[in-house]
Each structure stands twice: as structure tokens, then as C-alpha cells.
Design a protein around this ligand. Structure first.
Ligand code: FMN
Length: 179
């Protein structure tokens, strides 16, 4: 299986990335092909609701020209997509939301249908504050015909703090092993 982790934290080596790296290590041990990409390394324009992607004449593709062309290809090549974002104001980061908005072509093309989606999210408050985010992802996966493969939620605030929590790293690795 090809596993693609899409990282929505601006902090390189932050809690989100550390959790994802552990999860990917587990996935690789099981023989899966694991890759990650940092959304903050790419220019992603906002969806303008032009509805071009809803027209068969466009091939159900996005009219905008930016880094999403590369990202679309990588998403389509994956079997499981990890949506990894810290909680910002009880939702995803702005960059992750830009990215999610640009998944609109897949409503008509169905090219993500049947793929698995998994959420990885650290936050200061922990699991109790993640309800709105999890609901947004669950409903979006459903709308896209994706299979909800669950979530890994962790409590951490300072950059890299999660490294000092062996139990959380173990949980991430175990989840990777179970993919
Ligand atoms: C703008 C902003 C908003 C945040 N909002 C919340 C929040 O609503 N609830 C929460 O528990 N943590 C919140 N946090 C804390 C982050 O979720 C937390 O520090 C997380 O570990 C950061 O992950 P990272 O190291 O991968 O960037 C916020 C942080 C920032 C910068």
C-alpha cells in the first residue's frame, strides 16, 4: 500500500511531524511505501468556487495553476492519505483548510473514492477539543467516498514536546504497524 502523509503544521520537526514520522516508520516496517509532504512548502491558492471542476469539459479538474497539480498527482497515487494538522482554534491550520478546499474536483471525478483517510492531530488541550475537527474530516471523507481509517490525537503544546512522551510515540508507531 502507498501511504502519503500530508502535513499541515508550519513547524518543521513539530509535534505533528514527529507523530507522522513514527507512524510512517511503523508503516514501512510492514512493507508499505511511505511518503510525506509539507503543505507549507507549497503555494496553494484558495478555491474560488468557479465550479470548473464540476464540468465534464474540464475533465473534472481544477482551473487554478499552482502546486496543487503536483499534489493532486501524489494524492491519486496513494492508497491511504494521512491528514496531519495541529488544532488551531478547534479546527485545522489555515494551510490544511486551503488544501481541503482544493479537494473539490474529487467530488465529481471520484478519484479519491475508496482510498483511506486518517487524521493525526496534536493539540494543547488534547482529545476533548478535537470533536469539531474530527467531525469535519469524517463528513468530508464520506462526501468524497473515502474510508475513514480513524485518528491519532495527542496532547502536546511546545515544539517537539511529544518526543518526551514515549507512550505517544509508541501509539503512533503501533498505528503505523496496523495500517
Ligand atoms: C494559532 C494557534 C491556534 C491554536 N489553537 C489551539 C486550540 O484551539 N486548542 C488547542 O488545544 N491548541 C491550540 N493550539 C496549540 C497547538 O495545537 C499545539 O501547540 C500543537 O502541538 C502544535 O503542533 P505542531 O508542533 O505540529 O505545530 C494553537 C496553536 C496556534 C499557533
Amino acid at each position: 500500500m502507498r501511504v502519503l502523509a500530508v502535513l499541515g503544521s508550519p513547524r518543521k520537526g513539530g509535534n505533528t511531524e514527529i507523530l507522522v514520522d513514527e507512524m510512517l516508520k511503523g508503516a514501512e516496517l510492514k512493507g508499505h511505501i511511505a511518503e510525506k509532504m509539507r503543505l507549507y512548502d507549497y503555494e496553494i491558492l484558495p478555491c474560488m468556487d468557479c465550479r470548473g471542476c464540476k464540468k465534464a469539459s474540464s475533465g473534472f479538474t481544477c482551473a487554478l495553476s499552482d502546486a496543487m497539480s503536483e499534489i493532486y498527482a501524489r494524492l491519486e497515487g496513494a492508497d491511504l492519505i494521512i491528514f496531519a494538522t495541529p488544532i488551531y482554534w478547534y479546527g485545522p491550520t489555515a494551510k490544511m483548510k486551503l488544501f481541503i478546499d482544493r479537494l473539490r474536483p474529487y467530488i465529481a471525478s471520484r478519484k479519491l473514492a475508496g482510498k483511506k483517510g486518517l487524521v493525526v492531530t496534536p493539540s494543547e488541550e488534547g482529545e476533548a477539543c478535537c470533536g469539531p475537527l474530527l467531525q469535519m474530516f469524517a463528513m468530508s471523507f464520506d462526501y468524497l467516498g473515502m474510508v475513514n481509517a480513524g485518528s491519532l490525537l495527542a496532547q502536546a503544546y511546545e515544539k517537539g514536546e511529544i518526543k518526551k512522551m514515549p507512550g505517544e510515540l509508541e501509539r503512533a508507531r503501533e498505528m503505523g504497524l496496523s495500517l
